[in-house]
Ligand binder design. Structure first.
Ligand code: KG4
Ligand code: ZN
Length: 335
């Protein structure tokens, strides 16, 4: 039985998993309301809210599993990558618990968690290609085996989720922008406005989102300056389509390049319905199996951290108490 803790961004989360991989509890306390009026995550607020919430969230996860921490076999925690001040809260708490209860400590890479989240709904075996699309990351990864990752390409500037959030902010729609834009886009025309598809024909697997973001913001300003009323669903749908076109084209290229026959998704943006449909349509037509994590497992949670932790526990990959949280990490490096 393992307790897993996740505090890398703006959700304080804890989960308990049994040795056979059955999830016993999965608690998430979102801070989203505290960040919403700023249109994005404020790191200082995130740290403070984690500090306030962590005891209650861990207690709730243990209680829902009918356990106390002394009946756990190890304590696991996300140690990288993310907001350093947010990660530190989880890491310090997990270290304290590990020391006090005399339990081994397991550290988990947050991105590896998003990869494992696909196992919450379906049996999945490497090799496969995964698109990790969140507020902080946009990358294609070749999962050769569990724990063996090759980063095929990533964003040169903004992350996809960041673009959703910034466009939503410019449209006055609130935070987080992804779900709101996704809903509005369903009512709009994706071909209404021609926004740029950056690096679509670059021949590699790199992404660039800052030009698209600027193009949308410029369009909004121009329309407003001309006194025309914005068709918000059309803007949302056209922006989202520009993202989808590039993501699908590069996913296909990654699959061709690696020869993998399975494609998976991870990160908050993977909750986007239109994107999931576009991948499924384009890839299944080419005989690729497409796996999407359950919507709730796309955004940050501790269940996905618990799954990684279980593999690390079985491999006796324990951390010492002098380990530190890290804002960045190299997914290709074993840890
Ligand atoms: O993985 P996540 O919860 O946190 C990070 O590790 O960043 O991802 C959060 C991001 C936010 O930018 C949010 O706007 C985006 O995921 N997001 C979505 C959707 N739901 C969340 N983007 C597009 N469509 C959605 N339905
Ligand atoms: Zn995440």
């Amino acid at each position: 039985m393992l307790l897993a803790i996740e505090t890398s961004c703006d959700e304080t989360a804890a989960a308990v998993i049994a040795g056979d991989g059955q999830l016993q509890s999965n608690i998430i306390a979102s801070q989203v309301d505290f960040h919403a009026r700023f249109g994005g995550v404020v790191p200082e607020i995130a740290s403070r809210k984690h500090t306030e919430a962590i005891v209650g969230v861990v207690d709730a996860a243990l209680e829902a599993a009918g356990r106390t921490y002394t009946s756990c076999d190890a304590i696991a925690v996300t140690y990288a990558p993310g907001l350093i001040g947010a990660l530190v809260v989880g890491v310090a708490f997990a270290k304290g618990l590990s020391w006090a209860a005399g339990l081994p400590l397991i550290v988990v890479n947050h991105l590896e968690g998003h990869i494992y989240a696909n196992r919450l709904s379906e049996a999945l075996e490497p090799p496969f290609v995964i698109a990790l699309l969140s507020g902080g990351h946009t990358m294609l990864v070749h999962v050769r085996d569990w724990g063996n990752y090759q980063v095929l390409g990533q964003t040169l500037d903004d992350a996809v989720g960041e673009a959703f959030d910034k466009v939503a902010k410019a449209l006055g729609l609130g935070y987080p922008g992804g779900p709101i834009i996704g809903r509005l886009a369903a009512e709009g025309n994706p071909a209404a406005i021609e926004f740029p598809r950056a690096l679509l024909h670059s021949g590699d697997l790199a992404f660039s989102l800052s030009g698209l973001k600027t193009a949308v913001l410029t369009y909004i300003r121009q329309e407003q300056a001309a006194g025309r009323e914005l068709d918000v669903p059309d803007v949302a749908a056209s922006f989202q389509q520009a993202i989808i076109d590039v993501q699908v084209a590069k996913a296909l290229k990654a699959l061709e390049q690696t020869g993998a026959k399975t494609f998976a998704l991870g990160g908050g943006v993977a909750a986007n319905q239109a994107l999931r449909q576009a991948y499924t349509q384009a890839l299944e037509a080419r005989g690729i199996r497409v796996i999407c994590p359950p919507q709730l497992a796309c955004t940050d949670n501790a269940a996905m951290i618990a799954l990684v932790a279980l593999d690390r526990y079985r491999a006796a990959h324990f951390a010492s108490l002098d380990i530190d949280a890290q804002a960045t990490s190299n997914l290709e490096e074993p840890y």
